[in-house]
Design a protein around this ligand. Sequence first.
Ligand code: UDP
Ligand code: MG
Length: 309
Amino acid sequence: MNNFLLSIIIPVFNEEQNIEPLIKRLIPILKDSPYEIIFVDDGSKDKTTSIVKKHSEKNKNIKLISFYRNFGHQMALTAGYEVARGECVITIDADLQDPPEIIPQMIEKWQKGAKIVYARRNERQGENFFKKFTATAFYELINLLSDTPIPQEVGDFRLLDRQVVNFLKNLRERPSFLRGIVAWGGFPTEFVYFKRDKRFSGQTHYGFFKMLNFALEGITSFSVKPLRIATYFGFMSGIFGFLGIIYELIRKAISPESFVIGWAGLFTAIMFIGGIQLITIGIIGEYIGKIYQEVQKRPRYIIKEKRNL
Ligand code: UDP
Ligand code: MG
């Protein structure tokens, strides 16, 4: 029997079919140490909340926080970190895409000194080529742009030591991209490998646009390089413009009678510069939006009720 408390945080949003099977698979694995399973109900509209409540009545180690509305996966995880008491804290998805069976391996690596143990996917089942491709492209891009290396093929299935959880709790920023901020601390890190299964029941909540938004969120939370790229675009087009003027002046001096041609060239140039300007304004806007949200200092989520907590 281990003598440390293990916390498992499970964000749930409309996962009524998955809770029973998850608990059934999870409990036998946790028997070696005192544990708490914290379900964070992110504004579910189905029977998720009542199913969790039923379990929390039978087993006091099963706990619940629920939100009035959907605040998003990252906020659900944050709420979990806020209340978890364990010396090591594991976050896992509710849909059984993350196999609980590898938890003992994660704990072993933690006991050997790692402060963060990521579960890394070495194979994905039931996810199409597009999702895999966009995921890889995103991590390549974010690592190119950001000074914080973010590990590839790693989601929110991870073990954190109490020290890392306290670091997260003390952050005053909105945690919109937890996997980045976790990596930012530079804590000793280990990996455990697994095969990502299909969702047990239901559909993913991350469609194309949600993934795209999440990616933008990740990039703008961890890098100001896009702003610098915008500046370079500005310099580049400035230099092109200047060279163009010189060229025209020389041409005029050499052959003053040559007439104006090149409507298409002009049109393309305007479209190109216009496009770059819009993108640049958009990039600046992203950061201003972030500043706006931070200065508003709204609560990150509102808790409707708690059970066993
Ligand atoms: N989830 C959540 N709030 C949301 C979306 C998802 O709490 O707004 C939970 C969901 O119930 C699941 C986990 O986050 O336990 C991962 O979601 P999903 O399986 O839809 O994402 P994917 O695995 O497709 O990336
Ligand atoms: Mg999933």
